[in-house]
Write a protein that binds this ligand. Structure first.
Ligand SMILES: Cc1cc2nc3c(=O)[nH]c(=O)nc-3n(C[C@H](O)[C@H](O)[C@H](O)COP(=O)(O)O)c2cc1C
Length: 196
């Protein structure tokens, strides 16, 4: 079924708000899967920081493993599992960098030490020992002593996943679950259901 008024974000908002009220921890935690240059999938958790009709946003180090993966292949998926609700949401789409302005705005809301950490951590690179990282943290604290003046590292910022397919999965008795899929094709959202 296609319908110009269909919008999966309306349903996502309803489910996400319920998750916020029920989950004991990190209702915004989502599994992000990417594909590396040797065609292998890689998954890790990240935190959803914003969402709207454009897509789903999180923040990271652009030079991390995930950053390298998406510079080669922009197709990614997200997965939320809200255990207390017995619900899963699967999202597929293409990922792109957010504007410098949006990344700056979010970066500046972060705690001083998180901003320093974004400078100090070569995310996904080998760390010889913890001391090495602690020394780098001290180095950047001395470099940027004024908490109000820590610039955003150019390698750190936001990413937007433009959703093109979203599946809402709801646990039902005796494993006769409900699966409802929204898919964007030829400029409109369609909706269909799947066998569990
Ligand atoms: C609940 C949870 C939330 C996380 N949120 C983020 C996040 O928002 N951004 C981020 O870069 N890493 C986040 N991490 C760490 C990532 O899972 C991962 O270790 C890191 O990004 C490096 O991944 P990569 O080497 O595949 O690039 C989170 C981990 C957990 C367990």
């Amino acid at each position: 079924m296609s319908d110009e008024n269909l919008n999966p974000i309306i349903q996502f908002k309803e489910w996400f708000n319920l998750a916020i009220s029920k989950e004991i921890n990190d209702p915004n935690a989502m599994c992000l899967s990417t594909i590396s240059s040797d065609n292998k999938p890689h998954s890790r958790m990240v935190l959803l920081k914003d969402y709207n009709d454009e897509g789903f946003v999180f923040y990271t180090n652009y030079e991390s493993n995930k950053g390298n993966d998406i510079s080669i292949n922009s197709n990614v998926c997200l997965n939320f599992h809200w255990k207390s609700l017995l619900r899963q949401v699967r999202i597929e789409g293409a990922i792109e960098k957010l504007s410098e302005e949006i990344s700056d705005k979010y970066y500046n809301t972060r705690h001083y030490l998180s901003r320093i950490g974004a400078w100090a951590s070569d995310q996904s690179r080998t760390l010889n020992n913890r001391k090495e990282l602690e020394e780098k943290i001290e180095f950047y604290k001395e470099k940027y002593p004024d908490e109000k003046k820590v610039p955003r590292p150019p390698h750190w910022g936001g990413l937007l996943i433009r959703h093109r397919k979203i599946e809402f999965w709801q646990d039902m008795p005796h494993r006769i679950h409900r699966r409802e899929v929204y898919e964007y094709q030829r400029g409109v959202w369609g909706r269909f259901t799947l066998n569990p």
